[in-house]
Design a protein around this ligand. Structure first.
Ligand code: IMP
Ligand code: MG
Length: 189
């Protein structure tokens, strides 16, 4: 299929992403390898919907026992700017009291979403909350949160692909690209 006209420049392709996920998974595997965790089970919590491609690849490479669950936390409302405080739209069913939790997220931008999530899960009684992100934009960080594992660092551009969306589209792209925001005025799907 031809590239969509809103794809301005591919920053990392599928091969690079696959190999990055391999090395991230190796690091996470060694971290949990000899760690005592409740019921020998790590609780992995993905932030929908952006976590889907990353989390699907990542967990297949984990060699420790785990359960997965999901949350939906809104902070963007599908536009390019952060418009309100995070709100939980869908919560986990898993009991995380005393559990070791690993949050999986597509990208950390201001850090507001992950800061809120980490705080929330700690208050729910998690013993430890770790964070893994496919990408981050260090220049835009507004909070103290730092992912424990991060794949790629990017600048300020608005990105699409591999989970990242513009108006819910492009999550399926097998690469991460800069979105051509100059074309967005009057854009019709
Ligand atoms: P934060 O709370 O500002 O860190 O925002 C994190 C959320 O914003 C992520 O879960 C993404 O859904 C979204 N986001 C941040 N940057 C981008 C981007 O470049 N493209 C698409 N979504 C983004
Ligand atoms: Mg998201």
């Amino acid at each position: 299929m031809d590239r969509h006209p809103l794809v301005k420049k591919v920053l990392v392709d599928k091969v690079e992403i696959d190999s990055k996920i391999d090395s991230l998974a190796n690091e996470v595997n060694s971290y949990y390898k000899n760690k005592k965790v409740k019921d020998n089970t790590v609780v992995i919590i993905g932030l929908l919907k952006g976590c889907i491609p990353f989390m699907a690849s990542l967990i297949k490479k984990f060699d420790f026992q785990c359960v997965i669950d999901f949350m939906i936390v809104s902070s963007y409302g599908g536009t390019l700017t952060n418009i309100h405080e995070p709100k939980i739209l869908h919560n986990i069913n898993t009991d995380i009291k005393d559990a070791d939790v690993l949050i999986v997220e597509d990208i950390i931008d201001t850090g507001i979403t992950l800061n809120f999530m980490k705080d929330y899960l700690e208050k729910k009684g998690a013993k430890e909350v770790k964070v893994i992100t496919l990408a981050s934009k260090p220049n835009k960080l507004k909070t103290n949160i730092k992912p424990d594992w991060n794949g790629f660092e990017f600048g300020d551009e608005f990105l699409i692909g591999y989970g990242l969306d513009y108006q819910e589209r492009f999550r399926n792209l097998p690469y991460i690209a800069i979105c051509d925001t100059d074309k967005l005025n009057d854009w019709e799907w």
